[in-house]
Design a protein. Structure first.
Length: 237
């Protein structure tokens, strides 16, 4: 009889431990959500001089600022050139992109355009896939959405929809991504391209560091942005 009581108490203890662990997991998830909400709720002050669709529509196509606070102007249109791998870019940047890639290849670096122009529907699909990936990792729906939006822009706020931004990686049969990123960091501005999301500018751009994402602004402006070590948003302050 005493043995049965001891066995019963052990079972109760095990069940209590399981319940306690489960409750701790729920609590941890809630804490994570609260923390994510706190660290991701930030805004920057954007100069009224360039904030707003009317101003966006009035500036030159190569200097339009698109980010989470400044959507693509409604009247924006683009003529596209199809690259050899099927990616597309604004036809106006194609000669400069080709010139930059030719220069890189002459130095033993072999870049490719991994992502060019995207439609709004394609941008939404990428965002949805990212959210689902975080949910599959155990994130709550709310936290998955918040985290995904740190890496993927909302449709209508992505530079890829402009056609003048490209994600550049390596032909990995010939060099590495790091080789390409290093070369671009040193040389892209010479051809009118800037690193759009620098390492230390996340609070200003609203996007995490992306060493592969380059945006065409024109040679003169790219030189100045590079020389001053600033991002595109700061260029208009």
């Amino acid at each position: 009889m005493a043995v049965k009581k001891k066995k019963g108490r052990r079972i109760v203890k095990v069940l209590l431990i399981i319940v306690a662990v489960y409750l701790l997991m729920i609590l941890w998830q809630l804490i994570g959500d609260i923390y994510s909400r706190l660290v991701n709720t930030h805004e920057i002050e954007v100069s009224e001089e360039w904030n707003g669709e009317s101003y966006q529509a009035s500036i030159e196509w190569n200097l339009i600022v698109v980010n989470r606070w400044n959507p693509i102007p409604e009247n924006y249109s683009v003529e596209l050139t199809v690259l050899s791998n099927g990616q597309k870019v604004d036809s106006r940047i194609y000669p400069h992109l080709q010139e930059m890639f030719d220069a890189a290849r002459a130095e033993g670096i072999y870049p490719i355009v991994r992502e060019g122009y995207r439609t709004e529907e394609e941008q939404q699909e990428i965002l949805d896939d990212k959210i689902q990936a975080y949910i599959n990792e155990g994130y709550s729906q709310w936290r998955a959405e918040r985290t995904a939006k740190e890496w993927v822009a909302l449709p209508g706020t992505s530079e890829h929809q402009l056609g003048i931004a490209v994600d550049i990686n390596a032909d990995k049969t010939k060099c590495t991504n790091d080789d390409v990123y290093a070369w671009l960091a040193e040389n892209a501005y010479k051809y009118g391209f800037i690193l759009r999301y620098p390492l230390d500018k996340q609070e200003i751009t609203g996007t995490s560091y992306e060493p592969w994402h380059y945006r065409y602004v024109g040679t003169e402006d790219a030189y100045e942005i590079n020389e001053r070590g600033i991002c595109l948003e700061e260029y208009f302050e």
